[in-house]
Design a protein around this ligand. Sequence first.
Ligand code: TYM
Length: 321
Amino acid sequence: MRVLSGIQPTGRFHWGNYFGAIRQYIDLQTEEAAFYFIANLHALTTVRDPEVLHGYTVDAAIDLLALGLDPDQAVLFVQSDVPAVSELTWLLMTGAPMGLLERCHAYKDKKARGLSADAGLFNYPVLMAADILAYDSEIVPVGADQIQHIEVCRDLAMSFNHSFGEVLCIPKAKVLDASAKVPGTDGEKMSKSYDNTLEVFESPKVQRKKIMRITTDSRPMEEPKDPQGDPLYQLYSLVASDEDREQMEKTYREGGFGYGEVKKALADAAESYFAEPRARREALAAKPERIEEILADGASAASRKANEVLQRVQRACGIAR
Ligand code: TYM
């Protein structure tokens, strides 16, 4: 299978990014081809400070490597290093129905809040479709919030094929049931824009403080509780061993415990879960030339594939012979 996914450098990665997406990147990197990129062109729709965007982009590369992405198995690159994708975006945009893009949630939500949206946000799903189609991707590992965008990608590809022949490969989203939507510290979907994140690489001390402030319900201690649907339990399940998770489930069902104990267990489990990647990250951050080299190699490998696909598409629609 040919696998591809992208992640925006709009801040440091949080548990939603890791458990919803990055963990799948690592599991799938041994497939026939795996392309993973840092979506800096998408991030430009929100990050408008060049130093900050560059810093987040480098941090994203280091974080992905520290979390287990192996550059000998997967191609890791920065989105803007492959200009063929921007050209493919235009070719797809010529056939993209306005109505389809108007229904996409990022644009729709902004409009609904009475904010003015720019063309970059409106066309965001077309750039994302080009990202996917430029590498003949078959599988796209993502969290649930990206399913709509992948549906748009499939629609655009099918309509392009309908006009010009079987040129584009139709991809499928791959979502993990257990972590399709990781909750944040307020119980809503974890997201940078809701300010409810637990970051993968924040200091254990800062993280513990955030965990102790997680919103819980006010049921009495004695009352047995159903762990399913409880955000605290959901977060704990992500970082605890199977044995500890089963024990915690039993504790919930029996009742007679305080949420403070669960929070402490969550903070402890999180600290040990991310201890190894944290140590690896320190070592990687000390070698900036190695990171540059990995991204440059990734850009050449990704460009080779994207140029080949772009040429096929250009020929099909009469732009090239
Ligand atoms: P982004 O940068 O917002 O998120 C990166 C990945 O993290 C997942 N994710 C979550 N999963 C579960 N629970 C959560 N709370 C949670 N929060 C984030 C997202 O689903 C995503 O998989 N448009 C994309 C970036 C992109 C892309 C692409 C992805 C650009 N081109 C091509 C796939 C293919 C985005 O904004 O992801």
